[in-house]
Design a protein around this ligand. Structure first.
Ligand code: LLP
Length: 404
């Protein structure tokens, strides 16, 4: 994604031509970037040859998941719907892991029926529920137990999952008790220890701490785990932040860990695979001056991209046409929704904009469309996949009839 002849271009297609043909707001993904991200991820952990299970929650577009599947990735799912999408995309159930604290009876039954690789259980009650169904079906079900390692991921508190006050996983003591319980069960096969300490992690140190906690528990557990599922969480660079996750240091920590434990590593990355592949094209509807600020009112809103309103996340915004005429005004990019949190970014320096111009909101491939809603009865945007100069509609724009 770059400016060619001053026009913002995704692969070989200009934003202007996309907006002209498909309207706005529109999500666009670059296939080339997706390939690049997957290859980079694989390369970073080549020496430990992990099973990479794409976290479906980060992007639930069936066509994109089909592309991801072509690279041999599995899936991490957290609901029956996500499991259905993963299977529909052709992902081998033996490469699917099911996470989440509240799997219902129906969801567990479905996962067992589909013979997925692992149900990563998060409580004693859930393990008993799985056991009950397995007994009825006369099956031995492969599970993991999620450990809460009480590790601070040093990320936003809203997306931290590995501290003792978080609802996720079980503490060390309970973990050992549950291991002993599973060992006696005829219907449960305990194959995995899973952890996931949070999302958008930019420093390898929390991962090192997490591995230390896992190492300690394994030394106490007296059980041979075939898999250690380290979750996802690898952060990306939003809005020109300079911090960057050092993959080689993380890989090194895992390599050291594996010297003491002969096991297969599973990862569940979402954002690091899909985040930087996507942009949201939006049109300036109105420009409105208020005291000390100029509001750029876009046709995209918090229902299309929830991250800024929900987490105060900052996504870079760029003009579709590059000019060097910078304005000294403060611009606040907002959506049309009747909520003060419906704003994307406030900038002190941006080029002069006019009504009807296009802008691009960057790095929205992860938790963009998957967190979108129909709030204010707004139809969800179209989704397009760009491959060189080809544009494929991978999800149609919602019609009012579908939501009214
Ligand atoms: N595995 C588990 C068990 C998870 O809960 C998550 C994310 C992942 C894997 C994938 O994490 P990733 O590699 O994408 O960081 N909506 C928030 C992010 C929530 C993440 C929830 N769990 C956001 O927009 O930043």
């Amino acid at each position: 994604m770059k400016y060619i002849n001053k026009k913002f271009t995704i692969e070989k297609v200009s934003i202007e031509s996309i907006a002209k043909k498909y309207g706005t707001p529109s999500y666009c993904y670059s296939l080339k970037k997706l390939r690049e991200n997957i290859n980079n991820f694989k390369q970073s952990f080549k020496s430990i040859s992990p099973l990479i299970c794409f976290a479906i929650k980060s992007n639930t577009n069936l066509k994109l998941i089909k592309e991801i599947k072509k690279f041999g990735l599995g899936a991490d799912v957290v609901s029956m719907g996500e499991l259905m999408i993963a299977i529909k995309a052709g992902i081998n159930p033996k490469k699917i892991v099911f996470s989440g604290v509240g799997k219902t009876l129906e969801e567990i039954k479905y996962a067992i029926k589909k013979n997925i690789l692992l149900i990563n259980a998060e409580s004693e009650s859930e393990i008993k529920q799985i056991e009950k169904i397995a007994k009825l079906k006369k099956k031995k079900v492969q599970i993991g137990i999620r450990l809460n390692p009480n590790t601070d991921a040093r990320t936003l508190s809203q997306i931290s999952t590995g501290k003792k006050e978080n609802k996720f996983g079980v503490n060390g003591k309970t973990f050992i008790q549950l291991v002993n319980y599973c060992k006696k069960s005829n219907y449960i096969e305990l194959k995995c220890l899973s952890v996931h300490i949070g999302s958008q992690i930019l420093n390898h140190k929390p991962y090192e701490k997490m591995l230390k906690a896992v190492n300690q528990i394994l030394n106490k557990a007296d059980h041979k785990f075939e898999f250690i599922d380290l979750g996802g969480g690898m952060g990306i660079q939003y809005n020109n932040n300079n911090e960057k996750l050092n993959y080689s240091k993380y890989n090194l920590a895992i390599t050291k860990f594996l010297k003491n434990h002969k096991t297969k590593i599973i990862f569940e990355p979402g954002r690091s695979i899909i985040g930087s592949t996507g942009i949201l094209i939006s049109k300036v509807v109105y420009i409105k001056k208020n005291v000390g600020k100029n509001f750029i009112i876009l046709d995209a809103a918090m229902n299309d991209l929830m991250r800024p309103a929900l987490y105060g996340a900052k996504h870079t915004i760029l003009p579709s046409l590059w000019s060097r005429k910078f304005s000294k005004k403060t611009y606040e990019f907002v959506g049309p929704i009747c909520e003060s949190t419906d704003k994307f970014l406030t900038l002190k320096k941006f080029q002069e904009l006019s009504e009807k111009e296009l802008v691009v909101i960057c790095d929205v491939g992860a938790y963009g469309i998957s967190l979108s809603s129909n709030y204010n009865v707004r139809p969800k945007p179209i989704e397009l996949l760009i491959d060189g100069s080809k544009i494929k509609v991978i999800k149609k724009r919602q019609k009012y009839e579908e939501i009214i």
